[in-house]
Design a protein around this ligand. Structure first.
Ligand SMILES: C[S@@+](CC[C@H](N)C(=O)[O-])C[C@H]1O[C@@H](n2cnc3c(N)ncnc32)[C@H](O)[C@@H]1O
Length: 289
């Protein structure tokens, strides 16, 4: 997310196109929190104003008060979704924090692949997958050690609250600069030129491993099987402390014993049952509850 701006809503509205009061800010923040778990401190009011001003213009509204009336009313469901999309950050890249993928390849995958070859199930989850770079990086890491991964019961669940990023992820087409952080040999083996000659497309081997789903991490989770690894990086960082702790505990329930949780470099998992296995990966030591 953009750097915090030390401004209160009351200061933002001064001389601006739309009136924006502290009360408007608090209403918007409360609705975003209820819908997504994302907690907006008042220091984000400039960001809220600038991202939502486009919505007010598109809707022909004159003030944030009118906008708040719309999103809190019975006809506001669609706009609440637009608001969520406008206020979430989707920044991601291929092989972000590459040590996580090295750790996955060297520590998690060898025993899990052996088990899959004996008929076992291997499940990995990218929770908050944004536009797909994270789950495809997991798929490419898998293919680097098991090029015929598709022959086994191996799947990567990739989920996000925002259907528009899921749609981009499903398309699986990226620019030359976006794919530059993929190791060259993996790019050569598992990506192909996109149909229109612009950018590169994720090849079928990697696509076949990934199932994209819309899923709100603060809602119910329909998955029944345990995961050998969960990547949830730079997502719960926007939640308040209580929601973060709750989410880490829910991941425990969905990890196989010895399963691995990867979090972003500025995140910490202070929940009993996890031991740090170096950098920002945590091993789940107990039994799923
Ligand atoms: C900054 S991106 C992180 C992408 C990727 N994990 C990475 O680290 O590169 C954060 C993503 O979390 C998603 N997100 C935010 N709140 C969520 C929620 N309650 N449930 C599921 N996804 C959420 C956003 O839509 C966004 O795509």
């Amino acid at each position: 997310m953009a750097a915090a701006v030390q401004t209160r809503a009351s200061e933002v509205s001064g001389g601006n196109e739309f009136a924006f009061t502290d009360h408007d800010f608090r209403q918007i923040a409360a609705m975003l929190y209820a819908d997504s778990g994302i907690s907006l401190p008042e220091t984000k009011s400039t960001l809220v104003y600038s991202r939502l001003a486009k919505r007010l213009r598109a809707l022909g509204l004159e003030s944030f008060r009118q906008y708040c009336e719309l999103i809190s009313g019975p006809d506001g469901t669609d706009e609440r979704h637009h608001m969520l999309v406008a206020l979430t950050t989707n920044v991601t890249r291929f092989f972000r924090e590459p040590h996580h993928f090295d750790h996955l390849r060297e520590n998690v995958l060898p025993p899990a692949i052996e088990a899959a070859k004996r008929g076992g199930r291997l499940r990995l989850w990218s929770a908050g997958c944004s536009t797909g770079q994270e789950p495809y990086s997991i798929a490419l890491t898998l293919l680097s050690v098991l090029p015929n991964a598709g022959d086994y019961d191996i799947r990567i669940l990739a989920s996000d609250i925002d259907p528009s990023v899921i749609a981009t992820a499903r398309r699986g087409i990226y620019s030359e600069s976006e794919v530059a952080s993929i190791p060259a040999d993996l790019r050569r083996r598992f990506l192909e030129p996109a149909g229109d000659g612009r950018g590169l497309s994720i090849g079928d081997d990697a696509r076949a491993l990934v199932a994209f789903r819309e899923l709100n991490l603060i809602g119910s989770w329909p998955m029944k099987h345990a995961f050998q690894a969960i990547f949830c990086r730079n997502v719960v960082i926007y939640f308040d402390d209580e929601t973060q702790q709750k989410t880490w505990r829910r991941f425990q329930e969905h990890l196989a014993p010895g399963g691995q949780l990867y979090v972003g470099h500025s995140e910490r998992v202070g929940v009993t049952g996890f031991v740090s296995s170096g950098l920002t990966s945590y091993q789940f030591t107990g039994q799923p509850r």
